[in-house]
Design a protein around this ligand. Structure first.
Ligand code: FES
Ligand code: FES
Length: 166
């Protein structure tokens, strides 16, 4: 099959490649670039495990072709920590608040939460739950995922995280 040239920026680095038009973005990330943090849970747009940030939007990378991402600016979980390894506030929050168990949903959950907090620095619990409603987790029951995002929201604003009484 004829291949198409694509150019995009991924985690701050320019990427140029030849891809078949049928290649999904998530397969391009995982198999061509070795960025395996975007997971494949369903390939039918349901689970959110493949979520990445693309041109300031949360995108399920199983739902678009790599050629459609031509020219895009993409962030994946591999680009969340600082170059010196310091975790992003969201990564720290998931660790501190036990926001993961098996971890399969976590990269997509963190990328989705990243965009949520870009759009709303102080989301309510309800807004967080609605914001991550396209990302499924079969392990945690979501409670600690919500706390992890609240932790990160507080940290990003330089405020201490105070857990709500249950
Ligand atoms: S693998 Fe993309 S939404 Fe499930
Ligand atoms: S931590 Fe296992 S699916 Fe979310």
């Amino acid at each position: 099959m004829a291949k198409s040239q694509v150019s995009m920026t991924i985690n701050g680095k320019a990427v140029d490649a030849l891809v078949e038009p049928r290649t999904l973005l998530v397969h391009f990330l995982r198999e061509h670039l070795g960025l395996t943090g975007a997971h494949i849970g369903c390939e039918t747009t349901h689970c959110g495990a493949c979520t990445v940030d693309l041109d300031d939007k949360s995108v399920k990378s199983c739902t678009m072709f790599a050629v459609q991402a031509n020219g895009a600016n993409i962030r994946t979980i591999e680009g969340m920590a600082a170059p010196d390894g310091t975790l992003h506030a969201l990564q720290e929050g998931f660790r501190q608040m036990h926001g993961l168990q098996c971890g399969f949903c976590t990269p997509g959950m963190i990328l989705r939460a990243y965009r949520l907090l870009q759009e709303n620095k102080s989301p309510t619990e309800e807004e967080i739950r609605y914001g991550i409603s396209g990302n499924l987790c079969r392990c945690t029951g979501y409670q600690n995922v919500v706390k992890a995002i609240q932790y990160a929201a507080a940290k990003l604003q330089g405020m201490p995280f105070e857990e709500a009484a249950e």
